[in-house]
Design a protein around this ligand. Sequence first.
Ligand SMILES: [Zn+2]
Ligand SMILES: [Zn+2]
Length: 309
Amino acid sequence: MPFELKHVNVFLLRDGEDFTLIDTGLQMDESRQALNQKLAALKVPIERINRILITHIHPDHFGLAGELRDRSGAELVIHRLEVALMEPRYARAEDLVNDVAKWLSMNGVPAAEAEFVKSASMAAREFVSVVEPDTLLEGAERLPVDGSEIEVIWTPGHSPGHCCFYWPARRMLFSGDHLLPKISPNIGLHPQSGADPLDDYILSLERVRRLEVETVLPAHGDPFHEHRDRIAEIIQHHDARKAALVRLARDDAKSGWQLASELFAGIMQRNVFQQRLALQETLAHCQSLAVEGRLRKQVSRELVTWRTA
Ligand SMILES: [Zn+2]
Ligand SMILES: [Zn+2]
């Protein structure tokens, strides 16, 4: 991938004569070729993929879905809350950009910066196309595969309809972006997110913690073990970030942009894409703190501010 994150993992599961693919890679030549080469090396003709499971609609996971479905005739399977995000994000992005502009100014982003930040993710559109899925998930579905079953674990947080796929017979968890070995996935409050995405995410981690897992197969990075240790680390990381925000908002009511600039001083200087992620991430933590009563959230027609309670 031509991003800071250089790769995405996709998985192919044998299912008798057929195959199930989990996630797809970006809609671009390098990804397409990499996938074609691997399938050829495994001697799997594309027509034998009869099901494509999608963890969530970010372009690195969903980008090639439409094209692969057309080429293979596979059943495309995705959580229904992800489908709702698709149209505005990838087909009517101009409307979404206006919502985002209003949202940026409500969160204290100066007009000059907002111009750049608001269209920061328009570029993502070229790596994905909008497609109608065949089967919609809600969570807890059992999907037959290779004489056993895969269980759909709905894990909202990183994206409202994110799903992990759990294979109890093999004690394997295909974790998508929910649980990664080295980085913590971006959890952001924004016009398309859940209303309290960080608390959704923490609850989703709890849901995964209970599973009997030997190997986690993440969408980015290497497979790993001891998923409960990794979950404890991630929860600690978010607790520390929340504690830092409580300190930063102690003396004055501050906007999300002010708090993000102080919390992520280094990252904010990198590029507009990173700035926007930092703002969303900061707001997700603020929202969780406000729900807990540790921050006071004040809203006017022009501005949202946060202050330690
Ligand atoms: Zn993602
Ligand atoms: Zn990803």
